[in-house]
Design a protein around this ligand. Structure first.
Ligand code: HEM
Length: 507
């Protein structure tokens, strides 16, 4: 009995000593010890994981910045910044001594180890993949995409009203997803997913946020390396892993099936007319000019998943947010509708060149992206050997660094009335668009790892919003209650519902 008590005492004392030493190290000796942040977050990764799992990490980071200032230690090895200089130091500058953080490795592990442009953490490999991908976003490619976006949006509008026989109430977030998935299906693979007129494959829009949520929960887990080893690398336990990432696999299967379909169609048409200029037309043929390398089959599958994730929910959330803020601010809706109706005689008359030149439309798009950036969270970068300097302070190798677009774009030191929807802030006194304010919008990130689909996204947002407002009378269904903000759940790419809209064809 005495023996048992002794063992217990020794065990308890050992645990207390280890915990005390760990806490003391994280609070006193750790290289980030002097930086402010909540006590529990400075000693443990659990608060970060909790908010990532809950989907409100962007809101949490904004709260932390208002309490602790522009540089916050929100996890033992992680810093969040809230200044434009930090954006330049971490993302924009080509000299930034950082690479994508370990979270991106988790995304790669959960995809069977296949690497996409998005998960390539090595700078040289990333640059190589990125050069190949750039063909799909060239000016020439965008010119070709324009008339297809316009045609599909017109069809979508017709289904939107005819399914309700002229007037009805809809969850607009769902309908924004249908058109954006259909556009991406056509632009990526030349394939009609048919979500705008058929319920059959609409389930895929729900699979995507579940997939990215798994990445969030796993990649930010304090025991992420152990879990990843057990779920993906250990042959005894990886059956469990496959079960855990089942939705991830289902989404992957959808994207890979679309790619296989595209490759089959490409072969069938080789001898006859060329298939349409879709993104995979570029990716299948492209060779890097310097190395002569193209994508392998595994890489193509990973690229297919990347394009579907990066190019769908991001754009549809942005469109739903624009429509939310316009319908909750009827005077602004009237103003933008007036601008569009004055410029165009009909929907057929619309071109992107003229849409992009409408200052108020562009201001409304930017203002919604400011209040509700679709990738709202902290895009993790890791300091490389020698560390990196941010806002004049050096952070050691291995520190995770980043800026949350949501927190920065609501920072009261940068924006006047940061929580108000005020498209006018993007305009100059003479009503023209103020180009100089554009760099303060970081919804697309910036620099060598920033979004290559930005111009395409603006094209889609402009056509869908302008054609919708031109063709239909839209009002908010206030009977179901109405928020003042468009709230998204942050699971890397956001997830949202609503606004609930009442729609009818314009007289
Ligand atoms: C409003 C719409 C969009 C927003 C707000 C957005 C935002 C972003 C952001 C913030 C990143 C950087 C992610 C990171 O560092 O982790 C990114 C990357 C990326 N985006 Fe977009 N995006 C949008 C639309 C699109 C579209 C339409 C496409 C094309 C189909 C696209 C393709 C990509 C790709 C391929 C990457 C990965 C780039 C790389 O890792 O080098 N995006 N996007």
């Amino acid at each position: 009995m005495i023996m048992h008590e002794q063992v217990f005492t020794v065990l308890a004392l050992s645990i207390i000593t280890v915990v005390t030493c760990t806490v003391a190290h994280k609070l006193i000796l750790h290289p980030l010890a002097k930086h402010p942040g909540p006590l529990f977050s400075r000693i443990s990764g659990w608060p970060n994981w909790y908010h990532a799992a809950k989907g409100d990490r962007h809101i949490w980071l904004l709260r932390l910045h208002s309490k602790y200032g522009s540089a916050v230690r929100f996890s033992p090895d992680s810093m969040s910044f809230n200044t434009l200089a930090a954006v330049e130091n971490i993302y924009t500058s080509r000299e930034a001594n950082v690479r994508k953080g370990d979270w991106y490795q988790c995304v790669k592990d959960s995809a069977g180890g296949f690497e996409s442009t998005f998960t390539a953490r090595d700078k040289v490999r990333h640059a190589l993949k990125r050069r190949i991908l750039a063909h799909a976003f060239s000016e020439r490619a965008l010119r070709d995409y324009e008339c297809r976006i316009k045609r599909l949006t017109k069809e979508w509008l017709d289904y939107l009203v005819t399914e309700g026989k002229g007037s009805r109430t809809v969850d607009f977030a769902a309908w924004a997803n249908y058109i954006i998935f259909d556009i991406l299906g056509d632009l990526c693979y030349g394939k009609d997913f048919g979500l705008r007129y058929s319920e059959r494959d609409r389930y895929v829009t729900e699979l995507l946020p579940r997939t990215t949520r798994i990445w969030y929960m796993l990649g930010y887990h304090p025991w992420t390396h152990l879990l990843r080893y057990l779920l993906f690398k250990n042959s005894l336990t990886n059956k469990l892993g496959r079960l855990f990432v089942r939705e991830n696999s289902n989404f992957r299967e959808f994207c890979v099936a679309a790619l296989m379909w595209r490759m089959k169609m490409g072969k069938a048409s080789d001898k006859d007319a060329p298939v349409s200029q879709d993104m995979f037309q570029y990716l299948l043929k492209a060779r890097d000019q310097e190395t002569g390398e193209g994508f392998s089959m595994g890489d193509l599958g990973a690229e297919s998943v990347l394009l579907m994730i990066a190019g769908t929910h991001t754009t549809s959330i942005a469109i739903a947010a624009i429509i939310f803020y316009l319908t909750t601010h009827e005077d602004k809706l009237e103003k933008v509708a007036g601008e569009i109706q004055k410029e165009f005689l009909s929907i057929e008359d619309m071109s992107y060149r003229r849409l992009a030149a409408l200052p108020y439309l562009r201001a409304c798009i930017n203002e919604a992206l400011r209040l509700c950036p679709p990738t709202a969270g902290h895009l993790q970068r890791e300091a490389l050997s020698g560390g990196t300097v941010i806002d004049g302070v050096r952070y050691p190798e291995g520190t995770n660094l980043g800026v949350s677009a949501y927190a920065l774009q609501r920072n009261p030191h940068i924006w006047l009335n940061p929580n108000q929807f005020e498209p006018e802030r993007w305009l100059q006194d003479d009503g023209t668009f103020n180009q100089r304010s554009q760099p303060r919008l970081i919804a697309f990130s910036s620099g060598p790892l920033g979004c290559p689909g930005k111009q395409l996204a603006y094209m889609e947002m402009s056509f869908v919003v302008a054609m919708l407002i031109y063709h239909l009378d839209i009002t908010l269904n206030r009977s179901e209650g109405c928020n003042v903000d468009y709230v998204i759940r942050d699971c890397y790419v956001g997830q949202s519902r609503g606004p609930r809209l009442h729609i009818r064809t314009r007289e």
